[in-house]
Design a protein around this ligand. Structure first.
Ligand code: CO
Length: 300
């Protein structure tokens, strides 16, 4: 049993190590005038070259966008003076690493970037066997507010399980009355989001989705939709990008699956309700008896 746990944890560690390397390399590529698509493809290809698989499409969310933005097919968007959230997922055999950084190309939002980084660091300091998610939420909220910013209340950290990138428990970024106790060898992602004075501290769905996941395969008649369904089964329920799919009659096939109830889940872009700027910091950790192990830590 002990051995089995270690084998599994080693896969989480391997996914985390790949992620850390790719994240640090990708950060350097985020510059004004560079195509978002170039960075996303660099991330996803590098993960595969290093022996992992993307656990979800590379998320590149800018400014008031918080999450779930990824380049579309043939996307021509380039970076401007943006606040860029790069959120990466990797997996080995279904065991996931999930980590995000904010790159500030605007040059004057250092405080906002630091607020979510500090909140993540303070949270990591208190995590050990027996810690409550209530305490984690409280530390995150207090740290962000102390720096003069607001936490985003409806985005949370989460558990990670095999082929499940958003498993229980929910780990709030603010203090809630009820929570759960984390136990040794739980694997969770901590991800504080902060916004500025303009922000409501809340995100809403906006625009179209470029990210989907398979809920359940159901019989469809259209030949193209059948083929597409077979294709997306290989992601084993993990999110995938529209641009990863075969192009042939893709819109028709995808629309057919979207219109068949209970087959696909889509992930519309989440943006700040009052269009406040958003920063994010995220690491995956393994809870230990007296502390925690950060699997996605930068390796120096
Ligand atoms: Co996450």
């Amino acid at each position: 049993m002990e051995e089995e746990i270690e084998l599994v944890l080693d896969k989480y560690r391997g996914a985390g190590r790949i992620l850390a390397e790719v994240r640090e390399e990708a950060k350097e590529k985020i510059k004004e005038g560079v195509l978002l698509l170039v960075v996303a493809e660099f991330v996803e290809n590098s993960i595969r070259e290093k022996g992992g698989e993307p656990a979800f499409p590379c998320n590149i969310s800018r400014n008031e966008e918080a999450a779930h933005a990824t380049p579309s097919i043939d996307d021509k968007t380039v970076f401007g003076k943006d606040i860029v959230k790069l959120d990466i997922g990797t997996h080995i055999d279904g065991y996931i690493g999930d980590s995000a950084v904010t790159v500030d190309l605007s040059g004057d939002n250092d405080g906002l970037v630091k607020a979510s980084e500090a909140a993540l660091n303070e949270a990591i300091k208190i995590i050990r066997d027996g810690v409550s998610t209530v305490e984690i939420g409280e530390v995150i909220e207090n740290t962000i507010r102390e720096q003069g910013y607001k936490p985003v209340v409806n985005l949370t950290g989460h558990g990670l399980m095999r082929y499940n990138s958003h498993a229980p428990p929910t780990i709030p970024n603010v203090k809630y009355e009820h929570g759960v106790i984390l136990r040794e060898n739980d694997v969770v992602a901590i991800e504080p989001f902060a916004t500025d004075a303009q922000g409501a501290g809340k995100v809403v769905e906006s625009g179209n989705a470029d990210i989907y996941s398979l809920i359940k395969a159901k019989p469809v008649r259209l030949r193209e939709a059948k083929k597409l369904l077979e294709e997306i089964k290989k992601y084993q329920g993990l999110p995938f990008a529209k641009r990863w799919l075969p192009r042939e009659r893709l819109d028709l096939a995808l629309r057919t699956l979207e219109n068949t109830k209970g087959v696909l889940r889509d992930y519309p872009v989440l943006r700040e309700e009052e269009k406040g700027l958003i920063s994010q910091a995220e690491h995956t950790i393994i809870v230990k008896e007296d502390g925690c192990e950060v699997t996605t830590k930068r390796i120096v």
